[in-house]
Design a protein around this ligand. Structure first.
Ligand code: SF4
Ligand code: SF4
Length: 425
C-alpha cells in the first residue's frame, strides 16, 4: 500500500510506502563544490570519530569522489539512473514551470525510485524501492579514479599543459570533487525498504538513524538507498550509517556550552565548503519561511544550492552549489533544472550572497540567523557582460540562543607579519 506525499523538490505529489510525517526541525547542509580541494579531511574526521573499529574497514560515512568516473561504491549513481531509465524509457524529464517553495525547479514528470519499483519486478517479487545491491568489488576502493579528468584533449610528451581544454566558461577537460554523506532524506528509501522497521527519522531534527538492535543485516536499506549511504558490517552482521553526529547537533558536545554544533566533517573542512544547519518545516513538509537563516537563503531565496539527484524522489537534505566549469548537461542530470540559474548567480554574486558565502567554515557552532552591516564599495567589474559590485560588508552570525558566533567581513583582513615573527627556516 502506497501513500501520497508531497515532494517540493519534484513540485508534485508522489508515492511513498508510509504516510507523511515531518520533523519540527530538519538537519540540512550546503556544500560549495567550487571550493572543495579533495583533501579528505572530512572523510578522516568522520572515520576517526565513528568508524575506526574492526569490521568497519570499508565503511566511509563521509566520502569524497572525483566525478565523473569516481564513486563509492563504484558507479552508484550511473547504475541507479540506468535502472530508472529502463523502468521509464525517455520519460525522466522535467517541465520548466517553477513556483516558489512548492515547485522551485518545476515539476518532475518521470518516476522516482518508489514509483519505478512497481514496474520493476525482480525474481524475488516486487520491491518497495527500485535499487540494487553493490558487489564487494564495488565497495572495495573508496577513491578510485581520483583526479581523473574527462575530456577530448590528449596530452603529448613534453607538453606542459592542455591548450584550450580548460578554457572557460565550461571546460572541455574537467573533473570535480563530490563530497557526500547521508542526506537524511525527508522520504528515506532506506527506511521505506527495511522489513524490520529498524530505521527511523527523529521527530526533533529529521536525522535518520538505524537501530542496531533491530537490524538483522538483510541489507534492504543498502539496496534501496539510491545514494548508497548505508553500509554493512560483516563482524556484527548489521548495517550502519551516518548518524549526523547527533550528540553535537543536540548541543551535548562539552566544547561549546550546550549550543548545537555542526558535525565533525563540516567543522573539519579545510576548504570551508560546508555549511550545516537546522531548518524549520511547515506542516506540509515545505520549509517555513525564515529569510535570514543561511540555509533558507541559499536554497530558497538565492537558489544557488541544489539537491543531489532530486529525481530519485527521497527529497535529500544535502544541497550543492554546482561547479562553474563543468558542462551543463552533466550537472543538470545531477542537480536538476536549477543549474543554469544557480551558476549564473554564483558567478556574479549580488551583495547579500557574497556576504552569506563568508559564513562557511567560520565557526563549529550552528548558525541559525545572520545579519549584514553595510560597508563601503571596494571593487567593481564587468563579468561576462554583467555588472559586479563588491562591498566590504560585515556579516554576523547567531547561534540558536542568539549568541553572536561569527563576525567577519567580505574582504578578508590583510595581516602583515611583524619582523620578529619572520620565518627563520
Ligand atoms: S541518503 Fe540513503 S541512507 Fe541516507 S536517509 Fe537517504 S535513503 Fe537513507
Ligand atoms: S574537508 Fe572540505 S575541502 Fe577537504 S575534501 Fe572534505 S569537503 Fe572537500
Amino acid at each position: 500500500m502506497m501513500s501520497t506525499v508531497f515532494n517540493w523538490q519534484l513540485g508534485r505529489d508522489m508515492e511513498f510506502p508510509y504516510d507523511a510525517a515531518y520533523p519540527d526541525w530538519q538537519f540540512a547542509f550546503v556544500f560549495n563544490i567550487n571550493r572543495c580541494i579533495g583533501c579528505q579531511s572530512c572523510t578522516m574526521a568522520c572515520k576517526s570519530t565513528w568508524t575506526f573499529s574492526r569490521g568497519q574497514e570499508n565503511m566511509w560515512w563521509n566520502n569524497v569522489e572525483t566525478k565523473p568516473y569516481g564513486g563509492y561504491p563504484h558507479h552508484w549513481d550511473v547504475k541507479t539512473l540506468d535502472l530508472l531509465e529502463k523502468a521509464n524509457p525517455g520519460g525522466q524529464t522535467w517541465n520548466g514551470t517553477t513556483k516558489d517553495l512548492k515547485a522551485p525547479y518545476g515539476e518532475f514528470k518521470g518516476k522516482t525510485v518508489f514509483e519505478a519499483a512497481k514496474v520493476h519486478v525482480s525474481d524475488e517479487g516486487a520491491n518497495r524501492v527500485l535499487g540494487y545491491l553493490p558487489t564487494d568489488e564495488e565497495w572495495s576502493a573508496p577513491n578510485r579514479f581520483e583526479d581523473n579528468p574527462v575530456g577530448n584533449e590528449k596530452g603529448s610528451k613534453g607538453q606542459l599543459a592542455f591548450k584550450g581544454g580548460e578554457l572557460g566558461p565550461q571546460h572541455k577537460t574537467w573533473f570535480f570533487y563530490l563530497a557526500r554523506i547521508c542526506n537524511h532524506c525527508t522520504y528515506p528509501a532506506c527506511l521505506a525498504a527495511c522489513p524490520r522497521n529498524a530505521i527511523y527519522k527523529r521527530p526533533e531534527d529529521g536525522i535518520v538513524l538505524l537501530d542496531q538492535e533491530r537490524c538483522r543485516g538483510y541489507r534492504k536499506c543498502m539496496e534501496a538507498c539510491p545514494y548508497k549511504k548505508t553500509l554493512y558490517r560483516g563482524t556484527t552482521r548489521t548495517s550502519e550509517k551516518c548518524i549526523a553526529c547527533f550528540p553535537r547537533i543536540e548541543g551535548r558536545d562539552p566544547q561549546h556550552g550546550g549550543l548545537p554544533m555542526q558535525t565533525r566533517c563540516m567543522a573539519a573542512c579545510v576548504g570551508h565548503i560546508r555549511l550545516q544547519g537546522l531548518v524549520q518545516l511547515n506542516p506540509d513538509g515545505t520549509w517555513k519561511e525564515n529569510r535570514y537563516n543561511p540555509l533558507y537563503y541559499l536554497i530558497h531565496v538565492a537558489k544557488v544550492a541544489l539537491p543531489l539527484y532530486p529525481q530519485f524522489g527521497t527529497e535529500p537534505n544535502g544541497y550543492y552549489i554546482p561547479p562553474r566549469w563543468v558542462p551543463r548537461p552533466y550537472l543538470k542530470q545531477m542537480f536538476g533544472p536549477g543549474v543554469d540559474a544557480a551558476i549564473e548567480r554564483y558567478t556574479v554574486p549580488d551583495r547579500e550572497l557574497l556576504a552569506v558565502l563568508q559564513l562557511f567554515g567560520k565557526d563549529a557552532r550552528i548558525c541559525f540567523r545572520y545579519e549584514i552591516q553595510e560597508g563601503p564599495k571596494i571593487f567593481e567589474a564587468t563579468i561576462r557582460g554583467k555588472k559586479f559590485e563588491m562591498f566590504d560588508d560585515t556579516i554576523i552570525g547567531y547561534a540558536k540562543d542568539g549568541t553572536k558566533i561569527i563576525e567577519t567581513k567580505v574582504e578578508e583582513p590583510f595581516h602583515v607579519r611583524d619582523a620578529k615573527h619572520a620565518n627563520s627556516i
